[in-house]
Design a protein around this ligand. Sequence first.
Ligand code: NAD
Ligand code: UGA
Length: 433
Amino acid sequence: MSKICVIGTGYVGLVTGTCFADLGNDVMCLDVDETRISKLNQNIMPIYEPGLEQVVSANRKAGRLTFTTNFEEALEDADFAFIAVGTPSGVDGEADLQYVRSAAEAVADLVNHPIVVVNKSTVPVGTGDWVADIIKKRRAGKPLEFSVVSNPEFLREGSALNDFMKPDRVVLGSTNRDAANQVAQLYNTLRCPILITDLRTAEMIKYASNAFLATRISFINEIANICEELGADVTEVATGMGYDNRIGRAFLDAGLGWGGSCFPKDVKALAHMAVLHGTQPQLLQAVMDINRNQRRRIIFKLRKALGNLNEKVIGVLGLSFKPNTDDIREAPSLEIVHLLQNEGAVVKAYDPQAMENASAMMKNIVLCDNPYQVAEGADAIILATEWNEFRQIDFERLHKAMRQPIIMDGRNLWDPNQLKEMGFVYFGVGRGT
Ligand code: NAD
Ligand code: UGA
């Protein structure tokens, strides 16, 4: 059993802390956000993540998991300090490291025993060395025995607990092999491959992985657009490609493109890093351009179908950046709603989980209680997020409620033939047949 302090109790910090506690460690999760910590101390989850509440509750009861805003208390006796603070996009697309810096400074100012500082945040290559330097310089008069290990996180929102507990791999990078081995011990029971490498390589593995996944999606979206013009169906193209073991089927779903709190900022940060160091990230640039155009393309298709969008009522189903999360950061829906409103459309919307976040971030949008309210008087419906709830929809009821039965299936969730037979005018993404 190890004593672990997790600095930053957001998606990654909360899941990491909870899972390490569940594996038998003594974990204290720390955050500067008092409301967040006070909620967690009442077992109120600050995020929607399936299964999280039960595991937090069980581990709090067992006394293995505590939440605090007190840095001294959290760092006292900790064997490991995991940094899991945000690294949002700065003005030029670079990763903003101010929160990582203040976490490193807290360790330097408050710790007086040997400690392993583990960086879980997604950070530019070289940040591990930079963190070590910050700590060393602040402790110039009173050296601290510490090592920095990079341990990038690969979990996905919506399946975070499962991804943490059953990872495809754990990546550890350090200049100190012993420190990396100590962190590896924490993961030993998960029985997954553990790659131990140097700091910079570990940091790059994280960016390269996210950028590669985003590239696959942009690739299939480009193929989808070509399919539309040539009369092929991209969903079957992806299936046919996916049978090839060298390709695989995952992350080949064409649609409105990738959003969320990570792909957009990480691809941007990697491209920024490349430019800063004198290389031209042409592929990354194309990957970002294709992604942005996917959202514009659906508006183009809608405008073509309706003549123009002024005073048209458009329903949007799904607002979160993907199903099973309430997160709408960089969600395709945000840009689509903005583009629709810009052209004078009235936008109505419903999401199973993201309504609270949407009401805070989206202006002049009519938020509805269910898909049928959205359909009432609508000239078209755009499906922006493929929630399971929308698979089971009563299409007859939807059809009756709409003013014009136009469906823009932005996630290729529905069966085009079924909908066409029911009298809908159906548009998918890359389903040109
Ligand atoms: P988040 O915004 O949900 O949470 C960050 C938390 O850190 C916030 O609660 C904030 O109050 C807290 N914080 C900021 N400064 C602090 C400080 N000095 N001391 C203590 N707490 C502080 O962020 P997140 O989604 O958990 O992401 C964290 C990092 O992990 C990012 O670098 C992100 O790219 C990476 N990541 C995220 C995911 C994901 O699915 N969200 C997956 C893999 C990696
Ligand atoms: C992604 C990665 O999958 C995680 O491994 C990584 O840890 C995380 O980013 C991170 O660094 O934060 P996440 O953003 O939670 O996880 O969600 P994904 O399931 O990867 O989906 C990202 C976006 O791509 C969503 O908008 C989704 O709709 C879109 N997507 C995904 C597609 O458009 N097509 C696909 O085939 C797959």
